[in-house]
Design a protein around this ligand. Structure first.
Ligand code: HEC
Length: 265
């Protein structure tokens, strides 16, 4: 029984194995005019010169090119956009390069030399202040509060009290910590117990936040006298402020206190 099963299995297996050997053996050393299999052909098929390759295409026979005489290398020193001739192009080119390389200390570090800037080095517009407000509310308000007074939701639990941005330290121009460049620096890189936000707040947005902090500080220190009458009227209509003395507490108020003596209704 055992031997016969074995032989019947072998009868099938042997010719198969032999056929396999013939097939494989037949492939070895053969040449084919068919294209090899390519699994990611895009890199193989691109138009390119191999490094240091000869080419009949250029006069000097070299595939490596030397820059044109008037080419402006992207990483090199600044040039004078007026002298360059095409000033509009030159300025936008310089701006792009500056953004790419983060090459302007005032804009990218809030500093000139070791001194923090006492001005905002990008154009201040209403649009940017609004954007700054949005970003402040997202990234700063949790700790510093929507008003910037340091009383955000997280503040109560935080290891150190977040700064009140209306304090003299941040509003009085003689203070180093009140400088625009300093606040920019704190937003981007943090300070002591405050984490930096450079990972989510870009350079332009950090300046937008500085603009908004300034607006917050101004509004915080302002009085109603400074508001134009027209806006004041509009404000009062939508949200009356308690500028007059509160109405004297009448029967209703007394009733709320304790029902005993009151007439109920
Ligand atoms: C996670 C909480 C937290 C967030 C979010 C936060 N801060 Fe702060 N911030 C602090 C704390 C805490 C301090 C005080 C740090 C210290 O003195 O140790 C502080 C200090 C500051 C100071 C004063 C720095 C100084 O040297 O006195 C400024 C300005 C400031 N934050 C601005 C901002 C702005 C703008 C944002 C939004 C981009 C922001 N912070 C987001 C917690 C936070």
């Amino acid at each position: 029984m055992k031997t016969s099963r074995c032989t019947s299995a072998m009868r099938v297996a042997m010719p198969l194995a032999a056929a396999g050997c013939v097939l494989l053996g037949g492939c070895r050393g053969d040449r084919t005019s068919q294209a090899p299999r390519e699994f990611f052909p895009d890199m193989d098929k691109q138009a390119r010169w191999n490094p240091q390759a000869d080419t009949p295409f250029y006069e000097n026979g070299s595939s490596a090119r030397v820059p044109d005489p008037n080419a402006v290398a992207f990483g090199r020193a600044n040039f004078d956009p007026v002298a360059f001739g095409n000033e509009g192009w030159a300025r936008s080119f310089m701006q792009q390069r500056q953004d790419l390389l983060g090459e302007n200390d005032a804009v990218y570090r809030g500093k000139v030399g070791d001194e923090y800037l006492d001005y905002i080095p990008v154009p201040v517009t209403l649009e940017r202040i609004r954007r700054g407000q949005e970003q402040f509310n997202v990234f700063c308000s949790a700790c510093h509060g929507y008003q910037g007074d340091g009383k955000g939701e997280v503040a109560v639990q935080f290891i150190a009290p977040p700064a009140n941005l209306h304090a003299d330290l941040y509003t009085d121009p003689v203070q180093r910590t009140a400088r625009d460049g300093y606040i920019f620096e704190v937003i981007r890189n943090g300070v002591r117990n405050m984490p930096g936000y450079a990972h989510s707040v870009g350079v332009q947005d950090a300046w937008n936040i500085v603009m908004y902090v300034r607006a917050l500080q101004k509004s915080h220190a302002a009085s109603l006298d400074g508001v134009p009458q027209e806006q004041l009227d509009a404000m009062m209509r939508t949200r009356p402020l308690p500028v007059e003395a509160p109405a004297p507490v009448g029967d209703q108020g007394a009733n709320q206190g304790g029902g005993a003596q009151g007439g109920g209704q």
